[in-house]
Design a binder for this molecule. Structure first.
Ligand SMILES: [Zn+2]
Length: 252
């Protein structure tokens, strides 16, 4: 069975010079499924052009919380029109980020809520970004019940369980391989395997032993293997479960 990367940005500038090598390394490491995240029309356009004979790419588009100040009605409508596109199978990453922006919480919540409403209307899952905003995120995700994954989850294991109770998936990144990682390792023990996903969020958050370098989808294997080691489960059955979760979440 293959590995997968449930959240990557290989449509980022960081990959413009050697994307084909990056894709070949994915194939070589059996990473044969990936969700490419776009937060602008340019990124979406680039993402749709990424192809490799041995890899299945899927696409998600969303208004990033850090960008909401630039969103007027026109722009919002352009995004929502594209959400109806068959190639756009998820809406994200969307959510709340109070780490980078504390002064526009109302606008962030408004754009987030409107996208959650669209996800319900269009019956498409959402990919959630939440930073320093977990309680507000939780409250809105409780209000708008949809299909969702908490991407790059970095809050407490207790809170992770609350999201799981609402039926949501929790996706862990390479940070759980880092030396000082404690809470992510509690998270993987506390939540059921059928609600767990893994991702790179590349080009950021590079797992050990490559920390410090640019991240890429083939490195998701380090994160996957670390989880197997910690939970004493065999890789093959873990990969089977991951694929089931991914397909279920994204309706594949
Ligand atoms: Zn991301």
């Amino acid at each position: 069975m293959n590995w997968l990367d449930s959240h990557c940005h290989i449509n980022d500038e960081a990959f413009k010079d050697d994307l084909n090598d990056v894709l070949d390394r994915m194939a070589l490491n059996d990473v044969s499924k990936a969700m490419i995240i776009s937060n602008s029309f340019e990124e979406y356009e680039r993402a749709l052009n990424i192809k490799h004979p041995k890899i299945s790419f899927k696409h998600s588009l969303g208004i990033y919380p850090g960008d909401v100040n630039e969103i007027d009605e026109d722009k919002f409508n352009q995004f929502s029109k594209l959400y109806e596109d068959n190639k756009c199978i998820a809406i994200g990453e969307i959510g709340l980020d109070y780490y980078w922006n504390k002064d526009n919480k109302d606008k962030q919540k408004e754009i987030f809520e409107r996208q959650l409403e669209l996800s319900i209307k269009l019956n498409k899952p959402v990919i959630i970004h939440s930073r320093d905003a977990i309680q507000d995120t939780y409250d809105l995700m409780k209000k708008y019940r949809t299909k969702a994954v908490m991407h790059c989850y970095s809050d407490s294991a207790e809170m992770a369980k609350e999201f799981v109770k609402l039926g949501y998936y929790i996706s862990l990144s390479g940070t759980l391989t880092w030396k000082n990682a404690k809470e992510p390792l509690r998270v993987i023990r506390e939540i059921p395997l059928d609600k767990l996903l893994i991702e790179t969020d590349c080009p950021y958050l590079t797992p050990s032993p490559n920390r410090g370098k640019r991240n890429e989808p083939s490195y998701v294997v380090y994160t996957g293997k670390k989880i197997c080691e910690e939970l004493h489960i065999d890789e093959e059955s873990f990969k089977i479960q991951l694929n089931k979760n991914y397909d279920e979440l994204f309706g594949l």
